[in-house]
Design a protein around this ligand. Structure first.
Ligand code: PLP
Length: 376
């Protein structure tokens, strides 16, 4: 029997054609035709100003430079997230303040965020886990009220629309990942959404090694110079060409994932009614990108039993995040396991089911059948 992989990187079929065009153009380095095309397409889709980056991690690091973080500034992030959500700010001297998640959404619990606000709080970083929206309207209100920034780690959220806008377009900045584990990818890649157009010029300078080099290309200045802290944030044209092929097929990618996900939900509905598992739910969407099917089991033991059982049946389900506050780095920053009991407990009960565009309905049935067997 064939192994059902957790993920197989998506291919649209046009990647090689576009990458070949890069060879023909002899412009490889970046910020060329394909980078500009991807950015224009992303701007058309989202209505925001967009710059490509080498990863979502890099996009988050770009936001930390844009925020001019000073030692001791506090950034509130969920502990239940990928390391970059926190490390991007920690490396600039920020104090990372971990907040709890809500057990049903697995995303920031606003009540805990409120408790953790201080005079030094500069920003809240919300993660749209599974490509589902976190409590954006609540967070937007809270950040406005306290005059702090909202940053959206929308690494998993590309293609999801909620409250009439794409995830990543609601905060001061939104960051996207085009890593091969996400719906749409270019191996490694990402983007930053700059949601206040007045900030665009400065962000573009930081993105171009802290210089105004892009203004030189546009004929706005006759030599370029170093203006502020920056880095080399954009991908090569090879990656952008690959990405353009993927972006152009966003709709068919979404359709395949939607079909698979709906089939999962159909088969899992009974197990959910019987209380054998619950499926992660976010805030309402106008369109969901169907990034992940995340199951929450009643106990850590059951969760581990299910994972091992599926593994033996050659089905690769993937565990949730290991909380950051109880990691070795979290301990070094002074955090203890018991500081975030909800996160600590629920993170042990999470499995993500296999989901990628090379699966078919037979695969979904097989996963659900085995899930039913082990849970009965
Ligand atoms: C994947 C992911 C990242 C990191 O993305 P890269 O492009 O690999 O840097 C950051 N945050 C979240 C929530 C992610 O899922």
């Amino acid at each position: 029997m064939e192994t059902i992989l957790f993920n197989t990187p998506y291919l649209s079929g046009k990647e090689q054609k576009y990458v070949k065009e890069v060879f023909e153009s002899k412009h490889y380095a970046g910020n060329g035709k394909f980078t500009k095309k991807c950015q224009a397409l992303l701007e058309e889709i989202t209505g925001s100003k967009v710059l490509l980056t080498t990863s979502c991690t890099a996009a988050l690091e770009l936001t930390s430079l844009a925020l001019d973080i000073e030692d001791g500034d506090e950034i509130i992030v969920p502990s239940y997230t990928f390391v970059s959500t926190a490390s991007a700010y920690e490396r600039c001297g920020a104090k990372i303040v971990f907040a709890e998640i809500e057990p049903s959404t697995l995303m920031l619990d606003i009540r805990d965020v409120k408790k953790k606000l201080t005079e030094r709080t500069r920003a809240v970083v919300t993660v749209h886990y599974g490509g589902l929206p976190s409590d954006l309207s609540g967070l937007i209100g809270l950040c406005k009220e306290h005059d702090i920034d909202l940053i959206e780690d929308a690494a998993q959220g590309f293609g999801t629309v909620s409250m009439g806008g794409h995830l990543g377009t609601f905060g001061r900045f939104g960051t996207i990942s085009f890593h091969e584990t996400k719906n749409i990818h270019c191996g490694l890649g990402g983007a930053i959404y700059i949601n206040n157009p007045e900030e665009f010029d400065r962000i573009e300078n930081i993105w171009e090694r802290g210089t105004n080099r892009t203004k030189l290309f546009r004929g706005l200045v006759d030599k370029y110079t170093w203006l502020e802290s920056g880095s080399s944030f954009y991908p090569s044209e090879l990656q952008s060409a690959f990405l353009l092929a993927q972006l152009e097929s966003l709709n068919s990618n979404l359709k395949i994932r939607q079909k698979l996900t709906e089939q999962y939900f159909l088969h899992l509905a009974d197990l959910e009614t019987e209380g054998k598992l619950t499926i992660q739910k976010g805030m309402p969407t106008d369109q969901w990108n169907h990034h992940a099917v995340v199951c929450i089991f009643p106990s850590e033991n059951i969760c581990e039993k299910v994972r091992v059982y599926l593994k033996n049946k050659q089905i690769n389900a993937y565990i949730g995040y290991v909380p950051l506050h109880s990691s070795p780095k979290g301990a070094e920053m002074g955090w203890k396991k018991e500081d975030l009991p909800v996160t600590e407990e629920i993170s042990q009960r999470i499995l993500r089911l296999p989901l990628h565009c090379e699966m078919d309905s037979g695969d979904i049935e097989r996963v659900c059948l085995e899930l039913r067997s082990v849970l009965e």
